[in-house]
Design a protein around this ligand. Sequence first.
Ligand code: SF4
Ligand code: SF4
Ligand code: FES
Length: 484
Amino acid sequence: MKEVTLTVDGKEITVPAGTLLIDACEANGIYIPRFCYHKHLFPSGNCRMCLVMIEKNPKPQPSCMTPVVEGMAVHTNTPEVAEIRKAILEFVLINHPLDCPICDKAGECMLQDQYMEFSGDKSRFNETKVAKEKLYHFGRKIIYDAERCITCSRCVRITEEVSKTNKLGIVERGDRSYVALAHGDTLDDDPYAYCVVDNCPVGALTAKYFRFKERVWYLHKTPSVCAGCSRGCNIWIETKDNKIYRVRPRENDAVNKSWMCDFGREYYILPPKNRASGAKINHYAVDYNKFVSEVAALLKEHAAETAFVASAYATNEELALAKQLVSHLGIKGIFHKKDRVWQESSGEVKEDDILIKQDKTPNMAGVKKTFPEAKDIEDMVISDFKYAFVWGPGAPLEKIDGLNLIVLSAMADQIWEKAKYNLAGRISSEKHGSFTNFNGIVQNFRRAIKGDNNYDELTFFIDVLKEVGADPIGRTVDEIQNAK
Ligand code: SF4
Ligand code: SF4
Ligand code: FES
């Protein structure tokens, strides 16, 4: 690739030809302030916060609209640039309300941060600010506050370039301008609507599910991977006191850039109601250790007549231990299933060419890699078995009805109700591990919250392995990953 050499603040840097100046600076440790620029959107150059001086150029230039040129000499920290930044901030703040104490964006607001870093001046504006509507409902998910909006157009470009619904536009002119939907329209049927909230540089767009719920500086951010489909979007799960308050995309250019779908977000925010709980034998609660020893003895004795049905919600590390167990016991009937399938009536998108995948489970690739010999449960011959170890939800009842069922699942579905042995497992926000996404990328995630009256599958397989006389390949996620 052709490269270009330029100087920024006297330092020589070399970047690929075509790189925007704002990115070239950032890649070399010089952060240029910005509002409208976003690395995954087409630049619009409307806020002017990123102005820099370029030698032989009489006027300041927007670094987000300027590609690097060989020999260019750029200045980003002169007194003139500092004055420009102060002036832009003063201009943006003329009509901006003093909402910080009640604004959900406070603590992570680009306007707050950049004012503190590049201005700090008192307002000279004694006139009356332009008052605008503060409560536009953009549907069931999002509220728009026109007074806080700095008309950077990021949200408009997200609906144009990411979700491609073209739902938002900027209407009116100058200090009267604001973001609007077509009359009567909402963002409800935009599958990526919450992305406009994530990327609004100020608090003009707020998510109804999070609005006024918690101050962002109290939230603990855990890196995770969405389990809503096989894309495996990288996410932050934001929690306080063992409760999920907010879910946002975690940037990963190879998987989801800066985006995630609304279904994935609501998958965590509105957790499923039919959670399984406890350890049970014949529908009676039992001690976990008793459960482990009875299931281990049963699997050992009946390995030849047991079907093992793997879960596409399981982590790679749990699958590795399960593989060790079935190999140790000599279980030959190994199957996979679709733990969750798209339903016509669900309102969820089946698949698109943006992020959403048709496979609605996070780790079918991991199942198939760990158990290449596994057959689809639809091909199971029930008469070959007397027992079935069913892991995760979604197994077709007609394929296994009549077998003695051992069910390990986070969800209490109809198979759970039919089982003789039940152990409640955990969902991905409650455990550490990794998933392999649809195109083979292995991604680690961390536990964000503690499970309630349920059991860690990793520990369960370790305990069963020990009970049947095997030495587990590892006792932690790290040990298992290093053992593989
Ligand atoms: S609502 Fe936010 S993202 Fe949209 S134009 Fe206004 S400030 Fe920019
Ligand atoms: S596209 Fe799939 S992985 Fe990404 S957020 Fe949506 S459901 Fe989750
Ligand atoms: S960031 Fe360059 S003009 Fe807005």
